[in-house]
Design a protein around this ligand. Structure first.
Ligand code: CUA
Length: 316
């Protein structure tokens, strides 16, 4: 019976090993986090299999026949067994704590000179500020291979920053600043996902994270600064992207396709500039049919200057 159990366990372990449970890691910190995750998982699976196996065996082996009305034989404890089932979990929990502590120190390590990106969250949008460029964007753009410190804040309730491929997750808590260090190792596009139930629009609270080469990143920063300085529709188009409007709204010109909010090509057709402006600064004033109020952040009017707002309205 022990042999059959061991064989089934080994077969299941092999199948589990072959399934890619986690997304492809794309940050330096991901390796250490994955190792810690698998260490804890293996410990838990072994303990669970042991407890479940003994329980099932006991139910099967020691089941009383229907006509057996006697009491069971008296048991007065087993000192050896009690020592084992106290010592083994204590050792395992200690090992998990020490190992996790080591991993935490590793992934929070960053050179004194490093880039900082301020991550701001609110119901239901992310924004990313690059202090050295005085630039705020709705897209998290990072250079590959460079450790970056993310300083995370919230303007309202608790949100949580998560990029699955980076494995990094951190709560955004109103009133304090939390931090994360990330060193992307693969260029490409990823999703910043909110993983804290934060209200009606929680499931829509996503932003794009783009990792590019160092040269492309510098060019992107310059492009954003130039577009911001250009004013008018050029600035409006840049704001549409940088504010993350496209993560909820479809707009053919910006090449975005999303159905969280109204499709702007249709919703704004034939409308006056005043309607467009009102829809941005006071989104709940008029709700398009089939959509809900309270989903779009109501503070875009404060987040951007009057001149930026003019550019965005003109563009739309
Ligand atoms: Cu923010 Cu969920």
């Amino acid at each position: 019976m022990v042999l059959v159990g061991a064989a089934v366990g080994a077969a299941l372990a092999l199948v589990a090993w072959l399934i890619p449970w986690l997304p492809r890691p794309a940050a330096e910190e991901a390796g250490a986090i994955d190792n810690a995750f698998w260490f804890v998982t293996v410990v838990c699976v072994v303990i669970f299999a042991l407890v479940a196996g003994v329980s099932v065996y006991a139910v099967w082996k020691f089941r009383a026949p229907p006509d057996d009305l006697e009491d069971g034989s008296p048991i007065h404890g087993h000192t050896g067994l009690e020592i084992v089932w106290t010592a083994v979990p204590a050792l395992l929990v200690t090992a998990i704590s020490v190992y996790s502590g080591i991993v935490l120190t590793q992934i929070e390590d960053i050179p004194d000179e490093h880039r900082v990106v301020e991550v701001s969250s609110q119901q239901f949008a992310w924004s990313f500020t690059y202090p050295e460029a005085e630039l705020t964007s709705g897209q998290l753009t990072l250079p590959v291979g460079e450790p970056v410190e993310l300083k995370i804040t919230s303007k309202d309730v608790i949100h949580s920053f998560w990029v699955p491929e980076w494995r990094m997750k951190q709560d955004a808590v109103p009133g304090i600043e939390t931090r994360l260090v990330v060193t992307p190792t693969e260029t490409g596009e990823y999703s910043v996902i909110c993983t804290e139930l934060c209200g009606l629009g929680h499931a829509t609270m996503r932003a794009k994270a783009v990792v590019m080469s160092a040269e492309e990143f510098e060019a992107w920063l310059r492009e954003q600064e130039e577009a911001a300085a250009a004013g008018g529709t050029t600035q409006g188009r840049q704001l549409f992207t940088s504010l993350g409007c496209g993560s909820c709204h479809s707009l053919a010109d910006a090449g975005t396709q999303a159905q969280v909010g109204p499709d702007l090509d249709n919703a704004l057709r034939g409308k006056e500039a005043d309607f467009v402006r009102e829809s941005i600064v006071n989104p709940d004033a008029e709700i398009a049919q089939g959509f809900q109020s309270g989903v779009m952040p109501g503070d875009y009017g404060e987040r951007i200057s009057d001149e930026q707002l003019d550019g965005l309205v003109e563009y739309l």
